[in-house]
Design a protein around this ligand. Structure first.
Ligand code: FDP
Length: 332
């Protein structure tokens, strides 16, 4: 398939002007997205700054507290969570915030009080990599809440709640913001000299195929037969392996270079490890919007899974469409 990606190296367009331009193209748009995205942009620039100063400020290391999943929190997990909540909390159109780090959602306002959206986020994904300066990131999904409901927690899990935008910010060798509002995928890079995310790729498309798989192969003995059979086939067919262990970084490479990212269910984690609402769904939306596929290891489209609880886990298989097809062929 032809690469329709447009490299934007002549016109300078900030994230904010790009979102405003998108809204102007839709008569009747309320400006909701620019309002929410400007808060996410501010929050992620602030988190990025903390990540970059990790050894200069006292932000590294574990806390004694555990998060809602029983995992030991890193100091930066908590700092990033607070930053996002303080940036998003004042946005009048947000009803609910759901964070990986908080057991309960933060209900800001009801639907009647103007809370039209919920924002789901993993403030600092891959945080076990922070101490060794490996890329980490923030993942988010924006969900429009049903118009007739009261808002709050029930609204988030309602079948009428619809994910309308998703993205991530990777704090890697550069800081990139990858975004979809349901109309393709755009990529912005933080220009530190002007403090803005600047558009660098418009209409990003994932390569249709690439012989790279990304999975934690140390868990081989606890994979199901389908995953093992796929890996055996990949070994016999000249595949390379790449696994960073930060979902944002692994998915970012997959989006740009192609291949497949797999976090399957294992005997220890029968439902998978990654979280549906604020990891799997946003990444699935991005990958699909870029022309790829995102399914569970039993072949269910991730965006078709109705969430039943806030911190639900799922298996994740996503990437180039031909590569996900190969994986699917081995599951029976
Ligand atoms: P982490 O535990 O470091 O926060 O969702 C969490 C996550 O990282 C993902 O970013 C990453 O893809 C995965 O877990 C890594 O898990 P394994 O160490 O089990 O491979």
């Amino acid at each position: 398939m032809a690469d329709t990606t447009t490299w934007t190296d002549d016109n300078l367009m900030s994230l904010q002007s790009h979102v405003l331009a998108g809204e102007r193209a839709h008569p009747g748009a309320t400006g909701d997205f620019s309002w929410i995205l400007s808060a996410i942009s501010l929050a992620t620039k602030t988190i990025g700054n903390k990540v970059r100063r990790a050894r200069i400020e006292d932000v590294l290391g574990e806390l004694s507290a555990e998060n809602t999943h029983g995992e030991r929190q890193q100091k930066l997990d908590v700092i990033a969570n607070d930053i996002i909540k303080s940036c998003l909390g004042s946005r009048a159109n947000i009803g609910v915030l759901v964070s990986e780090e908080d057991e309960e959602p933060t209900v800001l306002r009801t639907r009647d009080e103007g809370g039209r959206y919920a924002v789901f986020f993993d403030p600092l994904d891959g945080s076990s990599n922070i101490d060794v300066s490996v890329g980490v990131g923030t993942i988010f999904g924006i969900v429009r809440l049903p118009a007739d409901g009261k808002g709050g927690v029930d609204a988030i899990l309602s079948p009428d709640a619809k994910i309308v935008a998703a993205g991530y910010v990777l704090y890697g060798s550069s800081t990139v913001f990858v975004l979809t509002t349901g109309n393709g995928v755009d990529m912005f890079e933080l220009d530190h000299s002007i403090g803005s995310f600047v558009l660098v790729k418009h209409g990003l498309r994932i390569p249709e195929t690439k012989k790279i798989y990304s999975i934690n192969e140390a868990y081989t003995n606890s994979f199901g037969n389908g995953v093992s059979s796929y890996l055996q086939w990949a070994h016999n067919n000249g595949y390379s392996s790449r696994y960073i262990g930060s979902m944002v970084a692994d998915v970012h490479r997959t989006l740009l270079k192609g291949g497949i990212f797999i976090y399957p269910s294992t005997s220890e984690q029968p439902s998978g490890k990654l979280r549906l609402l604020y990891e799997a769904m946003p990444m699935a939306m991005l990958v699909e919007q870029a022309g790829g596929r995102a399914i569970t290891d039993t072949g269910r489209r991730i965006l078709d899974i109705p969430p039943t609880k806030l911190h639900e886990r799922t298996s994740v298989v996503l990437g180039s469409s031909a590569e996900v097809d190969h994986f699917e062929r081995h599951q029976s």
